[in-house]
Design a protein around this ligand. Structure first.
Ligand SMILES: Nc1ncnc2c1ncn2[C@@H]1O[C@H](COP(=O)(O)OP(=O)(O)OP(=O)(O)O)[C@@H](O)[C@H]1O
Ligand SMILES: [Mg+2]
Length: 279
């Protein structure tokens, strides 16, 4: 039995090595809204502990796919298998329980402005557990500290920088110890320097908490730096997928080429290593 399997709730141990064992599998997924086909024949296999980036232009179907992955929306056909369980076959009640496996970091952090940091981060614990206030506060402080935030429990979101808000949102998403963290456009609205800090935070979080990460993004440059696998979504279809290295080799694919070029990755063939992209 591997270390991953031996962990009681199926979560891998911190500081583990990512594995190719699939954690999330999407098979022949289709989603229609009335006559409109929004997702067509989407197939994905995201390894446990991997960082997967789903990238695509506006209207490509990214948010719809994310909502299906976390069980907020049901597919029209096809399946979403998480840790071997098919979410599409679950009853509403089972689906509600399965949703606890996911932590969400929403676009623009989505912190509640009227609540201070303590109350924002404590929110999931107060909603889903019956723990004593003293224990809740302790866990909030521990989680904030583990993300490099100290003594900010009393501050309001408006008193934080964009990067700090992201960390607070991440602390909140991690409170129920999810197996999978979903980030919706984590770098949109941030300057390039803060965007790279958020990318680093995603990588750190994977290392420290052993989570599988799924990122919805427009940011190809960031994706190439941190992803284990990238899925390029266009008009509801995956038009290219693979590791950053594989994608950079796929310049014959016109849609991929266009996306890489519009993201400023122009001299693709001269780029050999991920790290060189930032230079
Ligand atoms: N509930 C719905 N009913 C009907 N059509 C919908 C619904 N939700 C999404 N769509 C349509 O599905 C398509 C994909 O939408 P989606 O929000 O998933 O795109 P997106 O890739 O997240 O775009 P953006 O980058 O602008 O957020 C769009 O054409 C949208 O109009
Ligand atoms: Mg969207």
């Amino acid at each position: 039995m591997s270390a991953e399997e031996s962990h009681e709730n199926g979560r891998p141990e911190p500081n583990f090595r990512p594995s190719s064992e699939p954690h999330i599998e999407v098979r022949s997924l289709q989603k229609n809204f009335g006559e409109t086909k929004v997702l067509t024949d989407v197939n994905m296999s995201i390894g446990r502990g991997h960082i997967a980036v789903i990238i695509g232009g506006s209207g490509a179907g990214k948010t719809t796919l994310l909502r299906i992955l976390i069980g907020l929306e049901r597919p029209s056909s096809g399946s979403v298998i998480v840790s071997g369980q098919d979410m599409a076959k679950m009853s509403d009640r089972e689906l509600n329980r399965a949703r606890r496996k996911f932590g969400m970091v929403f676009q623009y952090s989505a912190l509640l402005d009227s609540m201070n940091v303590l109350d924002n981060v404590a929110f999931p614990l107060r909603e889903h557990t019956k723990q004593a206030e003293k224990d809740i506060r302790k866990q909030v402080t521990e989680k904030l500290n583990s993300l490099g935030l100290e003594n900010i429990e009393g501050r309001f979101p408006s008193q934080l920088s964009g990067g700090m808000r992201k960390r607070v949102a991440l602390a909140r998403a991690l409170m129920l110890e999810p197996e999978i963290i979903m980030y919706d456009e984590p770098t949109s609205g941030l300057d390039p320097v803060t965007s790279r800090m958020v990318d680093d935070l995603v990588v750190e979080t994977r290392k420290n908490f052993g989570v599988t990460s799924v990122i919805i993004s427009h940011d190809m440059l960031g994706a190439l730096q941190i992803a284990d696998e990238i899925y390029l979504l266009s008009k509801g279809r995956i038009v290219a997928s693979g590791s950053p290295e594989e994608l950079l080799k796929g310049e014959k694919n016109p849609l991929l080429k266009q996306f890489l070029e519009s993201s400023g990755v122009t001299e693709m063939s001269s780029v050999k290593h991920k790290g060189e992209l930032s230079q």
